[in-house]
Design a protein around this ligand. Structure first.
Ligand SMILES: *[C@@H]1O[C@H](CO)[C@@H](O)[C@H](O)[C@H]1NC(C)=O
Ligand SMILES: *[C@@H]1O[C@H](CO)[C@@H](O)[C@H](O)[C@H]1NC(C)=O
Ligand SMILES: *[C@@H]1O[C@H](CO)[C@@H](O)[C@H](O)[C@H]1NC(C)=O
Ligand SMILES: *[C@@H]1O[C@H](CO)[C@@H](O)[C@H](O)[C@H]1NC(C)=O
Ligand SMILES: *[C@@H]1O[C@H](CO)[C@@H](O)[C@H](O)[C@H]1NC(C)=O
Ligand SMILES: *[C@@H]1O[C@H](CO)[C@@H](O)[C@H](O)[C@H]1NC(C)=O
Ligand SMILES: *[C@@H]1O[C@H](CO)[C@@H](O)[C@H](O)[C@H]1NC(C)=O
Ligand SMILES: *[C@@H]1O[C@H](CO)[C@@H](O)[C@H](O)[C@H]1NC(C)=O
Ligand SMILES: *[C@@H]1O[C@H](CO)[C@@H](O)[C@H](O)[C@H]1NC(C)=O
Length: 502
């Protein structure tokens, strides 16, 4: 049957709301990038986007140094090349911990070690050493009294689960039962967590149209296409939730409970080859925005509603040096100059330093560029902010973005003028935060929260008049999205039939 279905979804993209505590969205930093910025520049970019959690695929000394005193939480990795050595030698494990963890904590906030990457599926002959490697590393942490700060785990692909749909009947592929059993026992005993790489993009592409694209992109599904698990009757509003639940159920099938899942990788490529039509900037933007909103709501998947799904987006920059399909080189959310590939707010700022008494004034993420430029011009001109540090060659020049430069200027103005009634507004392009935006040698002066800057004075209109915020702009150009599904097997199919396809 050939049918065309017009599907309408309204995207409300006005900023991403983050809870002060609870779930977080972090980012993976792959380094197969030509023109990779220096570690200090990368950290400046992270700070400028208020990113609170990062995962590194190694334990690069320059990155770990640059991340010191930033408050950013860091997951480091034992590479697949290192797993075998560490799994065969407790002293190699101890050396690794001394060199890559003990030397940096607590100034660099390393909180987790990912041992290898998808070892069971990508390096099967290291499967025998993965559990010893994790044990030896944890013993070395215990010996250094760091095991309470740093958790050890290993990221798995969805490939170790034979049939993830429907989630209620998912189990690990029995080939790996004994290894997985030991891994789960280790995670349980050490209060660690399960690391899951979950890619609705690949599951969607593999499914050959069985699943609607909306489902992979967290878009609302029409009532005839609801995805329901026939055993539990749980409604799955996104494939992401279903993949996480498939993993919780696989864990439960081995009789383990109380091991939280953290999604160590997920994302969507924004460009691909001729045979990769779903790798588009529009889909990538939709996926990552909806993902962030989904995680930020703090709820778990249907089977574990109380466990938030902390998640690391894959990935910061395009890894243009990777071999393989075109889409594999286009997962980045930022360009190496720090600007966003598509309109996205990665900020998790409120989750950092929420208790700090200092208040800073920064450019609002997603603010309209023209208004930001007006605000910056005003602050550096009539506002008399000190804009020296954002000039080329000065400490706050990089990342060379309007967002960063405006933040510096706004804050400088605000700190000087606050006591005499200056506000953090700038035509709605500014916002206050208790997160210190300083990075490297770029220092933002902070004001103490002792007196109430707002409220004592009727708010005088400081700063240029502009549109209220970038949000309204976003609504206009992203307001309504239409997607065409041709030759869709699903059209006209009722829930039972759809479920039966699982
Ligand atoms: C490191 O991160 C943990 C978890 O968010 C937090 O509790 C701790 O205060 C942080 N430590 C430092 C030194 O920032
Ligand atoms: C895995 O096995 C292959 C073939 O037996 C061998 O060449 C390779 O060195 C092994 N790799 C590891 C990490 O042990
Ligand atoms: C389980 O994994 C093995 C080894 O990779 C593979 O040959 C087999 O097809 C898998 N079974 C299922 C049901 O996916
Ligand atoms: C593997 O574990 C599953 C439960 O997840 C169980 O049903 C199956 O019998 C086990 N297989 C083997 C070979 O132990
Ligand atoms: C899980 O526990 C149930 C009930 O105690 C038992 O029947 C089953 O064999 C256990 N499964 C595994 C994989 O240990
Ligand atoms: C949070 O997300 C879940 C799953 O998508 C949804 O069922 C729930 O209604 C959401 N809660 C809020 C408060 O938005
Ligand atoms: C950043 O880099 C991208 C991609 O190379 C480019 O399109 C964009 O104009 C650059 N932005 C700035 C502010 O240099
Ligand atoms: C904030 O600081 C107060 C006093 O130092 C402390 O009691 C409280 O637990 C802190 N709250 C958070 C969320 O860290
Ligand atoms: C800081 O300011 C916020 C709101 O502006 C207020 O809720 C909080 O009580 C203040 N904290 C202190 C320590 O004055």
């Amino acid at each position: 049957m050939t049918a065309a279905i017009w599907f309408q979804a309204t995207l409300l993209l006005c900023g991403v709301l983050f809870n002060a505590v609870g779930s977080f969205v972090g980012i993976n930093i792959g380094t197969d990038v030509s023109n990779l910025p220096s570690a200090v520049e990368i950290v400046a970019i992270l700070r400028a986007h208020s990113i609170s959690h990062v995962r590194l695929f190694n334990a690069d000394a320059r990155m770990l140094n640059a991340l010191s005193n930033t408050g950013i939480e860091v997951m480091i990795s034992v590479t697949n090349e290192e797993v075998t050595t560490i799994g065969e030698s407790p002293s190699a494990a101890a050396d690794w911990i001394n060199k890559n963890v003990a030397a940096y904590v607590p100034t660099t906030n390393i909180t987790a070690i990912a041992v290898g990457s998808e070892v069971l599926t990508s390096l099967p002959n290291a499967s025998a050493v993965i559990v010893p490697a994790m044990n030896y590393l944890n013993k070395a942490l215990v010996a250094s009294n760091l095991n309470y700060l740093v958790k050890v785990s290993t990221p798995h692909s969805m490939g170790i689960i034979s049939r993830p749909f429907p989630p209620s009947t998912a189990t690990f592929n029995a080939t790996w039962n004994s290894t997985i059993y030991q891994i789960l026992q280790f995670l349980k005993n050490t209060n660690s967590f399960y690391m899951l790489n979950a890619y609705p993009y690949y599951e969607y592409v593999k499914s050959n149209g069985i699943f609607p694209l909306e489902y992979a992109l967290f878009k609302p599904l029409p009532s005839v296409k609801q995805i329901v698990d026939p055993n539990t009757l749980f409604h799955y509003s996104s494939m992401f939730d279903a993949l996480v639940d498939a993993t919780y159920n696989s864990i439960a099938a081995l009789n383990f409970s109380g091991i939280p899942i953290v999604v160590t990788e997920t994302g969507w490529p924004w460009s691909g080859g001729a045979n990769e039509p779903d790798a588009t900037a529009e889909n990538a933007e939709t996926y990552n925005k909806n993902l962030i909103r989904r995680v930020a709501n703090d709820s778990g998947p249907p089977s574990q509603p109380a466990i938030p799904i902390n998640t690391y987006i894959y990935e910061l920059f395009n890894e243009d040096k990777r071999v393989g399909p075109e889409s594999g080189r286009n997962w980045g959310v930022l360009f190496t100059n720090g600007t966003a590939v598509y309109d996205i707010k990665l900020s998790t700022s409120e989750s950092l330093d929420a208790n700090s008494s200092a208040v800073f004034c920064i450019a609002r993420s997603g603010a309209d560029e023209t208004s930001l430029q007006d605000g910056l011009n005003w602050a550096c001109g009539p506002g008399q902010a000190n804009c020296g540090p954002i000039q080329q060659g000065q400490p706050c020049y990089i990342p060379n973005t309007l967002q960063n430069h405006a933040s510096y200027a706004y804050n400088d103005y605000y700190q000087k003028m606050r006591s005499s009634g200056g506000t953090c507004d700038f035509g709605g392009t500014a916002t206050t935060t208790t997160v210190d935006p300083s990075y490297g040698s770029c220092r933002f002066t902070g004001s103490l929260n002792s007196s109430t800057g707002e409220g004592l004075f009727p708010p005088p209109v400081f700063g240029p008049v502009g549109p209220p915020s970038g949000c309204s702009q976003n609504f206009v150009h992203l307001g309504t999205v239409f997607a065409l599904f041709a030759a869709l097997i699903l059209s006209g199919m009722d829930v039972e039939h759809f479920v039966a396809l699982w």
